[in-house]
Design a protein around this ligand. Structure first.
Ligand code: HEM
Length: 350
């Protein structure tokens, strides 16, 4: 299945004339570099599968009309139960990883290369110049400015989802006499706060769908087409490292590798996938507006009287768009399970 494609330009930069290789093995020279520790590989896989399950169980709660078949298969009670149980697993694994980072930093003096720095701002500005054809592509450290932006946007969204999810789980707080007393016995305010928490949970969950699909697109289409195995093997070929993260590769390698050969999609595939991604963003944004921001929730019924449920052609778009999202989520979960099973069977060992 090996395939080679001469690589003369930046994958992330967008313009490429290279034909579909159909291959899935890169052939960079100079061996392989470790990019992620085993802990990072397992934490990433657990969090990713948890997130996919949280979507599979959360989306039908918001879009019962379009995804009600999931209730028919699993029942409403089980869907909520799985959501909360996996939510707790997610919070525990996330907390474990934060402790792992803190211990590594404080006791073992390990740095955290994903932390943002001023250099990232400079790289982003230079990257803009590169896109405008004014300068060369700026070299990246272990993570490019765009990867750091992705990581931090997703991290903040996940923290907000965890906090609001836990509040929804313990929603009894909002009706407790103690909490109401703090609010000056204003029962309406307590109800509004609960609805606000629920709205934030839904809006962030929906908009994060765009972040996750962008992440999958960057990793599997732009960076390493059609399936990026780095998050399972934990390493990367020196050639690809030098291509995407030049400064990091230079620091890690004694001699820079000659070249990189990374399979990438043809122009037609790239345009097709990019358009599908943009169409998906449009559906997500409209769904978020209708399902949460503009919907006549109890918290907003005095303000707006827009129909929450799309009708006619819009409903068909929603039906297709949301069920397509479910398919992508299932495919994502299957890909993670596949990649991790290959790793556990020693498929990525030297
Ligand atoms: C990637 C992370 C998550 C996503 C995408 C997500 C998504 C959702 C969605 C879409 C809903 C439906 C809200 C509605 O329309 O009423 C929901 C409800 C809920 N979520 Fe999450 N969620 C996530 C994480 C969590 C976490 C970490 C917890 C914590 C345990 C949690 C607990 C809950 C609870 C308790 C509900 C309400 C269930 C009910 O109606 O009884 N969620 N979530």
């Amino acid at each position: 299945m090996a395939a080679e494609t001469p690589s003369g330009e930046d994958v992330a930069g967008g313009s490429t004339d290279v034909a579909d290789t159909g291959g899935d093995v890169e052939t960079g020279t100079g061996g392989r570099l470790e990019r992620f520790s085993s802990v990072q590989v397992f934490v990433h896989a657990t969090l990713a599968v948890s997130i996919f399950v949280l979507y599979l169980t959360g989306l039908p709660m918001t879009f019962a009309d379009q995804l009600g078949w999931l209730f028919s298969v699993f029942t409403y009670g089980n869907i909520v139960l799985i959501h909360v149980a996996v939510g707790v697993v997610f919070v525990l694994v996330g907390t474990y990883y934060l402790l792992y980072l803190a211990v590594g930093m404080l006791l073992e003096r390990r740095s955290i290369p994903a932390l943002p720095t001023l250099d990232d701002v400079r790289e982003a500005v230079a990257y803009l110049g590169y896109l405008l054809g004014r300068n060369e592509k700026p070299p990246s450290k272990k993570y490019s400015w765009l990867q750091k932006a992705e990581i931090w946007v997703l991290a903040v969204e996940l923290v907000v989802l965890s906090a609001t999810g836990l509040l929804l789980w313990y929603r009894g707080i909002f009706v407790s006499p103690e909490f109401r007393a703090i609010l000056g016995a204003d029962a309406a305010l307590a109800d509004t706060l609960l609805l606000f928490v629920r709205d934030v949970h839904v809006v962030i969950a929906l908009t994060m769908l765009m972040g996750i699909s962008f992440h999958l697109y960057m990793v599997n289409v732009k960076e390493r087409y059609p399936f990026n195995e780095t998050m399972f093997s934990g390493d990367v070929s020196a050639g690809r490292a030098a291509h995407h993260w030049e400064e990091w590769a230079d620091a890690e390698l004694e001699a820079p590798p000659e070249t990189d050969h990374t399979p990438r999609p043809s122009k037609r595939t790239l345009v097709g996938v990019t358009l599908a991604l943009l169409a998906f963003f449009a559906v997500v944004l409209t769904a978020t507006l209708l399902a949460s921001i503009l919907s006549p929730l109890p918290s907003r019924e005095y303000l707006l009287a827009l129909p929450a449920d799309p009708t006619g052609a819009a409903n068909v778009v929603f039906l297709v768009g949301l069920n397509a999202a479910v398919l992508v989520i299932l495919a994502g979960a299957a890909a993670i399970v596949y990649g991790m099973s290959v790793r556990l069977r020693g498929g990525y060992d030297e």
